[in-house]
Design a protein around this ligand. Structure first.
Ligand code: SF4
Ligand code: SF4
Length: 175
């Protein structure tokens, strides 16, 4: 789904926009209002090439309060967190951080998140890091084991319950 489609759908959400502004200020990032739409972020965006993620458009939408449309969209989940947009921005705006906040907001509102991401989160919870599980499936549906790929034995946390408690506590903290 493209951003052009999204902008035709909703109304400006000032409350959510102000919340995102406040969260950015709290973590020391410039607000999207500083963005002057030069497009440098989008021209280097890894997800733009394949998935039509346009960080400059995300900034324009957040600036104008079209937040609900973004958190209902799959597009925010396509960011690969390479941080190039943040590095390239002449205004020191960080689209990647805005995308983190949009994703957090989507989760807080109980939106469905892409299954590969929830699997990754599950792996972090149970294994401590994103590792390939003992067995997985290819897109074609074939089962693949770690040993088929010459991957080493799965390393699990020494105390999984303690690890999960700490992680969940951190995940529930409001920025
Ligand atoms: S690089 Fe910065 S100023 Fe330029 S469009 Fe992207 S966020 Fe806006
Ligand atoms: S961090 Fe995300 S939005 Fe920024 S350039 Fe990389 S993929 Fe694009």
């Amino acid at each position: 789904m493209t951003i052009t489609n999204l902008t035709t759908m909703g109304e400006s959400e000032e409350e959510l926009r102000d919340k995102i502004r406040a969260q950015l200020e709290r973590i020391g990032e410039n607000i999207p209002d500083m963005c002057y739409q030069c497009g440098k972020c989008t021209s280097g965006c890894e997800a733009m090439k394949l998935l039509e993620l346009e960080p400059h458009n995300i900034m324009a939408m957040v600036k104008t309060g079209f937040i609900e449309e973004l958190i209902n969209s799959e597009i925010i989940w396509t960011c690969v967190t390479c941080f190039k947009c943040k590095e390239r921005c002449p205004q020191k705006v960080a689209p990647v951080e805005v995308l983190f906040l949009l994703k957090n907001q989507a989760v807080a509102q109980g939106k469905e998140i892409p299954v590969n991401l929830s699997n990754m989160f599950q792996n972090v919870l149970t294994q401590g890091v994103v590792q390939m599980p003992l067995e997985t499936r290819t897109r074609a549906g074939e089962g693949v084991k770690r040993e088929d790929l010459n991957l080493p034995e799965l390393q699990l946390p020494k105390d999984p319950a303690k690890f999960q408690n700490v992680l969940m506590k951190l995940a529930m903290e409001e920025v």
